[in-house]
Write a protein that binds this ligand. Structure first.
Ligand code: NAD
Length: 367
């Protein structure tokens, strides 16, 4: 049978072992969806619902292959489980990816159909905005399902989570600087930001206000120009960002930018940014950073303010109560550094251990 084409024209060898991947990464459920009429196709992954319904954004991306989309949604949903757990909120981890052109404008029917697929999971997965989607899109999705957050303020939601995420990352940077220098002042500190989109732009503003010298790069010229215009940052070439002699490197673009090629180039003492799944290989690159003496603030720990804000919508929390959970990112980051030091393990490993411990504790209550 090997090499023979199956009904969808794939050879047996090319088939992806979805159940095997779910088993290895601990996923509860993975749903593929396809709608011929609107051209909507994608995957929803529910990683873990022990602490509550799974919540995570819906990303639309031009994935080269279906395997790339699957790998992305599995990794991102697992990260959401850790993010909510470590933040102390009662949500599980989930994510949706749509395979398509993220630059194209999709019509109402497309997004309503997505809402119907979300609704078919009966609340086990709650969606939100992510790369390629927006609060306005969520206001279309909400016509088909109540399991949606990150809605526009005019629709009773909390709007774009990015400024909250940026503030949480800012707190994570301050805690990291405190750990590495003894003071959390950012006055005169040099920070390199990769990606000046929704989060990177707001973060640049907070850093400049705190007295930091900000260097930034973006593949999108308009986003780079906006950061230069608004905050007078220094622009650098995308290929030069890893080589800069800075105190802090802040990845705010895509994942896996901390890898065997980039880590040897880095001259910073702290890495703290918003991008999800920054370490290409958690074990290998977490240890590589530790051995190099670079303090790494785990991404899911410091970029959690967006999901904390979505949690506010799910549980109708007050703004004050939500802000308190967000402000705690500073102390949680210091606690993780302490745990990592004590146990002589990479910070990412320490953060995952703590997140898993909370889930296991909750599980044991129901046994
Ligand atoms: P965004 O799409 O608005 O911005 C990303 C920016 O990175 C874009 O301007 C893009 O052009 C740029 N970029 C991509 N690749 C690049 C490269 N190689 N070099 C330089 N620039 C590059 O996304 P965002 O909402 O700002 O999110 C940024 C990251 O943070 C993403 O990884 C996202 O998953 C993560 N995150 C975002 C939130 C949130 O609230 N928006 C919450 C948690 C995590």
């Amino acid at each position: 049978m090997s090499g023979e084409k199956n009904v969808v024209g794939q050879t047996e060898k090319q088939e992806t072992n979805v159940l095997g991947m779910m088993e290895a990464m601990g996923h509860e459920q993975v749903m593929h969806f396809n709608d011929k009429e609107t051209g909507l196709k994608g995957i929803i992954a529910v990683h873990n619902t022990v602490l509550g319904p799974s919540l995570g954004g819906c990303r639309i991306w031009n994935y080269a292959t279906e395997s790339d989309a699957l790998w992305d949604v599995l990794r991102l949903s697992r990260g959401m489980t850790f993010k909510s757990s470590i933040s102390g909120i009662n949500l599980g981890g989930g994510k949706a990816v749509i395979i398509g052109n993220h630059r194209a404008k999709h019509d109402e029917a497309f997004w309503r159909r997505f809402g119907k697929f979300v609704d078919s999971l009966n609340g086990k997965y709650i969606t939100a905005e992510d790369v390629g989607t927006s609060p306005d899109i969520m206001s279309i999705v909400m016509q088909e399902t109540k399991h949606v957050t990150g809605k526009p303020m005019s629709a009773g939601g909390t709007g774009d989570p990015s400024p909250h995420t940026a503030y949480g990352v800012f707190l994570g940077i301050k805690a990291s600087v405190k750990e590495s220098t003894g003071s959390d002042s950012l006055e005169g500190k040099k920070v390199a930001i990769q990606g000046l989109g929704h989060v990177g732009h707001s973060l640049a503003g907070l850093l400049v206000k705190a007295g930091a010298k900000v260097y930034g790069t973006d593949l999108n010229a308009a986003n780079l120009e906006a950061a230069i215009k608004d905050f007078n940052i220094t622009a650098v070439d995308p290929n030069e960002i890893y080589d800069l002699d800075v105190d802090i490197y802040s990845p705010c673009a895509l994942g896996a930018t901390l890898n065997s090629e980039t880590i040897p180039k880095l001259k910073c003492s702290v890495i703290a940014g918003a991008a999800n799944n920054q370490l290409a290989d958690e074990n290998l690159h977490g240890n590589m950073l530790k051995d190099k003496g670079i303090l790494y603030a785990p991404d899911f720990l410091i970029n959690a303010a967006g999901v904390i804000n979505c949690y506010r919508e799910v549980h109708s929390l007050s703004e004050q109560a939500t802000q308190l959970i967000i402000e705690n990112i500073y102390q949680r980051t210091l606690d993780i550094f302490k745990k990592a030091k004590l146990e002589k393990i990479p910070t990412q490993e320490a953060a995952i251990k703590l997140a898993v411990e909370r889930i296991e504790k909750e599980k044991s209550k129901t046994k």
